[in-house]
Design a binder for this molecule. Structure first.
Ligand code: AR6
Length: 173
C-alpha cells in the first residue's frame, strides 16, 4: 500500500487527539515551556512534569517517552527540535526528531502517533522546509515499518495545514 495513505493532516489542538502517542516539541530541559509543550503539560496534569524531571533532559534531535496521564493519548514522546539558524545541520537535526520519535513508538508497540510542526513556532523553522523534512522522513519510516498504522500531522494554523496538505498531495502523486 502507498505509505502516504497512512499519513494524514488535521487541524487543531494535539492534546485532544485519541491516538496511542502524541509528540511534544519540547526543549532540552524537558521541564515544560510555552507553545505546544505548555498545552500538553496543562492537559496532562502535574504527573507529566514529575516524570519528565526523572529523565535528565534530552539533547536536540533525540526523543524520550512518558505516559500521557490525563491526556486521551496513552503516551507522550518528547523531542527537541533545532533552533533554526540556517545551519547545514538544521535539516538533519529536525529529521532526527521524527525518526527517533518513530523508533520509540515502534519499540513500544504504538500504532498511531501525532506530530505537531516541530521547531516551527518559537524555534523559527520555516514551515515549507520543515514540512518537507517531516513528510519525507515519516514516509520513509513507515515504508520500512508496517506496524505504524497512522501518522497524523496536527497543524495549528490554516496556513500550516495548507502547506502540509499540498505537499502530501504532491508527494502521493
Ligand atoms: N496543538 C498543536 N500544535 C500546536 C499547539 C497545540 N496545542 N500549540 C502550538 N502549536 P512551538 P518549537 C504549534 O513554539 O518551535 C516551547 O516553549 C505552533 O503553532 O510550540 O519546537 C518549548 O518548551 C507551531 O506550529 O515549538 C521549547 O522551548 C508548532 O506547534 C520551544 O517552545 C511548534 O511551536 C520549542 O519551540
Amino acid at each position: 500500500m502507498d505509505p502516504t495513505r497512512r499519513l494524514e493532516t488535521r487541524q487543531g489542538d494535539i492534546t485532544q487527539l485519541s491516538v496511542d502517542a502524541i509528540v511534544n516539541a519540547a526543549n532540552q530541559t524537558l521541564k515544560g515551556g510555552g507553545g505546544v509543550d505548555g498545552a500538553i503539560h496543562r492537559a496532562a496534569g502535574p504527573e507529566l512534569l514529575a516524570e519528565c524531571r526523572t529523565l535528565g533532559g534530552c539533547p536536540t534531535g533525540e526523543a524520550r517517552l512518558t505516559r500521557g496521564y490525563r491526556l486521551p493519548a496513552r503516551y507522550v514522546i518528547h523531542t527537541v527540535g533545532p533552533v533554526y539558524r540556517g545551519r547545514p545541520e538544521d535539516p538533519r537535526l529536525l529529521a532526527n526528531c521524527y525518526t527517533n520519535s518513530l523508533i520509540l513508538a515502534r519499540d513500544h508497540g504504538i500504532c498511531s502517533i501525532a506530530f505537531p510542526a516541530i521547531s516551527c513556532g518559537v524555534y523559527g523553522y520555516p514551515i515549507d522546509e520543515a514540512c518537507k523534512i517531516a513528510v519525507d522522513t515519516c514516509a520513509a519510516f513507515i515504508t520500512a515499518n508496517e506496524a505504524i498504522e497512522k501518522i497524523v500531522f496536527m497543524l495549528f494554523s490554516d496556513k500550516d495545514l495548507a502547506v502540509y496538505s499540498q505537499y502530501l498531495k504532491n508527494h502521493a502523486g
